[in-house]
Design a protein around this ligand. Structure first.
Ligand code: 5HY
Length: 250
């Protein structure tokens, strides 16, 4: 099984943290290909960042497709906004998982209710929409922000503040688990879980293992209608797209 793990922002340090988690949790038969988006925002924490990130996600996926030598079994979009998820499912054969959707599924299997702790409060609206879209409106007790920008998560102060936000969230919601709302929090899950005494789900780890499970079951995205390859179309603009014709799959 080959899993392509894509960091939709262009910050290589975040890709390294994401890759480390992916390699740690991957099973013996799974290899991880970590990809940093070739262009786009350094971090994604607004609607505008999210929109700018999608072309880079699709470019990163297309480059993976065109390397038919090592066909990718599954793809993980390692950003909690799940940017480009549906478009990615149209242009790939294997399963595509976003870390938000995967994290919520994992939480729903170990807890009756869970809460989400994300970065800036301005990302709460989009996260709530994903909660509803993925069908977790009943299971998700709330979405809260720690107030730290994505690129400032890697500090002791940030870890302490995230822990504090988790405690406040659990007291407020009475929920049974926490989903960490940013790939940049991936290295905090186990220590937070030990401190709080509840499951703390890191969407990166959840997405990699769910992708591995689906790929090992031989499950691929259904091409019957909505996720069929997009109709061939003239696209003007930067020639970032390798010569992959979306109309068919190699
Ligand atoms: C992420 N942004 O996981 C999201 C987190 C967020 O660059 N990687 C980012 O705040 O939506």
């Amino acid at each position: 099984v080959i899993i392509s793990v894509i960091n939709p922002n262009t910050s290589r340090a975040m890709t390294a943290a994401i890759e480390q988690t992916a390699r740690e949790v991957a099973g013996p038969g799974t290899s991880i290909v970590a990809v940093t988006c070739p262009f786009g925002p350094a971090s994604i924490e607004s609607h505008h960042d999210h929109a700018l990130a999608v072309p880079g996600v699709l470019a990163a996926i297309s480059s993976g497709i065109s390397s038919a030598a090592h066909p990718v079994s599954a793809t993980v979009i390692a950003c909690f906004g799940d940017p480009g998820l549906d478009a990615a499912r149209e242009i790939t054969e294997g399963p595509v998982l976003g870390i938000a959707e995967a994290g919520m599924h994992a939480a729903s299997l170990v807890a009756r209710t869970f809460s989400i702790v994300t970065t800036l409060s301005r990302t709460i609206g989009h996260t709530r929409e994903l909660v509803h879209r993925y069908g977790f409106a009943r299971a998700c007790a709330g979405v809260y922000a720690c107030g730290i920008p994505v690129l400032e998560l890697d500090s002791l102060e940030a870890a302490a503040l995230i822990g504090e936000t988790c405690r406040e969230t659990l007291d407020r919601d009475g929920s049974d688990a926490i989903v960490l709302g940013c790939a940049g929090m991936t290295n905090l899950a186990s220590s937070l879980s030990a401190d709080l005494g509840i499951p703390v789900i890191d969407g990166v780890a959840a997405a990699v293992k769910l992708a591995e499970a689906l790929a090992s079951l031989g499950l691929r995205t259904s091409k019957r209608s909505e996720y069929a390859p997009p109709p061939p179309k003239e696209v003007t603009g930067p020639a970032w797209r390798p010569n992959v014709h979306y109309g068919h799959m190699e």
